[in-house]
Design a protein around this ligand. Structure first.
Ligand code: GTR
Length: 334
């Protein structure tokens, strides 16, 4: 079945598609429910695996009353569609990047600022700590977002890749059309770096690279390799301009149909998934770099990123002011 048809099917199914069962409200607490989950990545990808493991634990803890059915590989559309489906209750769980969440909950955009984190260890400390908990709550309490923020997951470091040449300096980005996630912060970031940022969904990227609509994109090594982006853009340069965590969100509509105990159980298991996905992440990252080397990808290191950091100052001027309090707190996390 084509993705579009699946999408139609799932939208038509609404809540019935998000959880199979019978009865309403509190009655659900006693009824068998299959929570529909989705991810843009394929089976075996750390985030997919972590959510599936969470599903198995949920099934065990509830004697099969609650379980998770995973739809990987963009079967239900790109992240924009995933967010929309979770909002209307057509699916229960969506694993997405914080990238496309910025336009929905502006506070989350702090994680989308270029060179926000010193390194991945800094990012992990922030999401594991007080700020991470606060940001999840900000999403859950948001009056119109319609989503519960369950937990964070690792997504490495985003680097630019393209079909034309290795990037060593900011000047090398000039004239390159680079796909960015759908959020003005990212298009502004690429433009500030001298490239041409083109916003589009992850689900459109392969086609755009094949047809030359873009010269490349930017992402972590596991996404680059599982998505086979190396076939279209063999120059992978470690610009390291973004370190964005993933977020696991739950449909508020579906959440409201769960008992308090079930909500607590899912919350607890999601915290375990946050840590489990981290171990899976580092294994996958290592494996992906090995695969890149074998596949003949031209990997370019950029040890000194000062010029890149200086170039994105306009982005900080534009978005930083309204986020200044939280930026300071993140920088203070040592
Ligand atoms: C990946 C991330 C996805 C998606 C994708 C993108 O790193 O795991 O959720 O956001 O990037 O670039 O759209």
């Amino acid at each position: 079945m084509k993705r579009r048809d699946l999408l139609k099917l799932s939208s038509a199914g609404l809540a019935a598609g998000a959880l199979y069962g019978s009865g309403l409200g509190g009655a659900f607490a006693q009824t068998k429910m299959v929570l529909k989950a989705t991810d843009v990545h394929p089976l075996g990808y750390p985030t997919v695996e972590a959510v599936q493991r969470m599903g198995k634990k949920l099934e065990q803890a509830t004697n099969g009353r609650l379980s998770i059915q995973m739809y990987p590989s963009m079967q239900l559309g790109g992240e924009k569609e995933m967010i929309e489906q979770a909002q209307v209750g057509a699916l229960a769980i969506a694993r997405i990047s914080v990238g496309p969440m910025g336009p929905l909950v502006p506070e989350l955009n702090v994680f989308n600022m270029p060179f926000m984190f010193r390194d991945t260890a800094h990012m992990e400390k922030v999401i594991d700590g007080e700020i991470g908990a606060e940001m999840l709550k900000k999403l859950s309490d948001h009056p119109t977002a319609g989503l519960i923020g369950l937990c964070w997951m690792n997504a490495g470091v985003r680097n630019v890749y393209n079909s034309k040449k290795p990037i060593q300096t900011v000047e090398d980005l000039k004239g390159l059309k680079i796909r960015m996630m759908g959020n003005p912060v990212f298009v502004d970031t690429m433009n500030a770096l001298g490239g041409n940022g083109v916003a589009m969904g992850f689900d459109q990227l392969i086609n755009a690279m094949q047809t030359g609509v873009v010269d490349g994109a930017e992402n972590n090594e596991p996404t680059y390799m599982t998505g086979q982006h190396n076939r279209y853009a063999k120059y992978y340069s470690r610009t390291g301009h973004l370190i964005i965590p993933e977020i696991l969100v739950f449909s508020k509509r579906v959440w409201g149909q769960l008992s308090k105990e079930d909500q607590e159980l899912i919350t607890k298991l999601s915290k375990e998934a946050q840590q489990e996905s981290r171990t899976l992440w580092y294994e996958m990252e290592k494996k992906s770099v090995e695969e890149m080397q074998k596949a003949g990808v031209v990997i370019t290191d950029i040890p000194d990123k000062k010029a890149f950091q200086a170039a994105v100052k306009p982005v900080w001027d534009k978005y930083g002011a309204q986020l200044s309090g939280i930026i300071q707190r993140i920088q203070d996390v040592k």
